[in-house]
Structure formats: structure tokens, C-alpha cells
Design a protein around this ligand. Sequence first.
Ligand code: CP
Length: 311
Amino acid sequence: MGFARKHLVALEPLAPEEITGILDAAEGFLEVSRREVKKVPTLRGRTVVNCFFEPSTRTRVSFEIAEKRLSADTINFSSSGSSVSKGETLLDTVRNLQAMHPDVIVIRHGAAGSAEFVAERVEASVVNAGDGRHEHPTQALLDLLTIRRAKGRIEGLTVTIVGDIANSRVARSNIHALTKLGARVRVCGPPTLLPPQVERLGVEVATRLAEAVAGADVVMALRIQKERLGRACLPSDREYARFFGLNRAVLDRAAPEAIVMHPGPINRGVEITSDLADSDRSVILDQVENGVAVRMAVVFLLAGGRAEWTS
Ligand code: CP
């Protein structure tokens, strides 16, 4: 178990072996969450600060649980209720947090590049928990772990990502990681929600859902990022659901054992029907479970945890 980098800001610069190494470490941590005593002593005496400048349910709780299961001391900081509301800047905020000597800072922020900005200015290791439209590396890692566990491999699979590609940091991190590991990636969404020249990321583009899903092994719906949409990129939720919403009839076009994913939070009836989201083809809650193991692996590797204290 080793990772030569100080920070995890993005998956774009990682080599395939580095991504696989994190997934392998996460496999080892999955079992800890299923024990009666869900704790290993590997990060005893280390401090992790979780800084959330944007709302979160899954990522925030998942990091906190992961850190506690590694025996780290964890502190949660959110911009609401902090001195950010009195006008303190991001830089001043992180400099003050650094003065308390954390070992790892996990940061979610609405500005693309914010995690790298912080990483360049603090001594602690930094984990990007989502920075604007840029990347959400631990989400993509947990998606890859979920796919690998369901399908036994990543290489050679066809993965279709449907929805708001332009505003999605989840899509960007997944595209980088999936293509590096040899998956064929198709993206599909309304033309207003596809980034210009998206093909340059090594993906195929389909504007019709039926064509995008045909023969796919994995179909991933994305949340419409209403907080990041410009003016009126979408006619209505109803129209979106009609042309780009996932349902059982759409999934019938995919490969026979295709799985359905969504990073959450779900807009039920818009991006995916409840019927499909709650079906046996859905691995949405597996994604959440695997997220804890992935975050344990990432924090463990960055904080230099003791391998002999991981079981
Ligand atoms: N998938 C994800 O990032 O969810 P949260 O916004 O709830 O953390």
C-alpha cells in the first residue's frame, strides 16, 4: 500500500497504476465497515479537518465516518456558522486551520481550482471533495470501485454517462479515470449541457439516449446541477425526463446485466424513475457504501497510516 503524492486534487494527472492502487487499498478497508467494532488504529494521533463550503450529505458524512474508522481525530468545518459569513477569505480560513497543525484537510468549494489553491499554501495533505465544475476525485474512485466489484473489471466495458456533463465534476473525474483504465465512455445529454469539444476527453458523444445506452455495461445518470446552470439551459424537468431520464424501457437497450448508477442526490422522476433507482439493477447504495472504503484508503495513504494497524 503506497501512494507517492502529497495531495489528491484531481484524477487527471494520475497514472492508471495509482488509481488501481487506491482501489486495491479500498478493497482492503471494505471489511472494516462490516465488523461489529468498525475501527482500526492506523491513524491514531492524526488530525483531519473536513472543510465544506458547499452543501453535502454523502461526501461529508462518508469522509467523517472513514476518518473515525481509521481512529483519526476529525473536525468538521462548514462555511455557514463560521467566520466566512463575516467576510473571512478562503486563504485566511485555511491559514488559520493550518496553524492548528492538521495532517489532512478535506475541502469542498464552489470554485474550480480551490483545492489546488489550498494545496499550494498549506503543509497538510489536501483532498478535493469537489471543486466547482472541475473534479470530484473520490466520487469517481468510488464509482470505479463499484463498477469493478459488480463487473469484475473496468477495461473493455462500455460506460454511458447521461445528463449535465458540462457542469458535472463527477463526469469529469469519471471520464479521466475510466478512459485511463481502458473503458469506452459515451456521454449523452442536451446539447446545452455538453461541454464544447467534449470528444477531446476521449469520449464518444450521443445526443439520443437510445443510441447512447445501446449495449452499455454501465449506465450512469448525473444530477442536473441547477446551482451551476446559467440562464435557462433546460426547457423543463418534464421535457428533460422525456428525452434524457432513465427508466426500465431505456435500460432494456443496454447489455443484459447492465448496472445503473447515480452519484446522488437524485431528482427522482427527472434523471431516473424511482422504479429503476430502487430496482435490483441499481447499485446506487453500493456506491455510498464503497465511498467509505475509498475515503478510508485515500486518507490512510495521504496521512501515511501504519499498514500493520489496518486490520
Ligand atoms: N455525490 C455527492 O457528492 O453527494 P453530496 O453532494 O451529498 O456529497
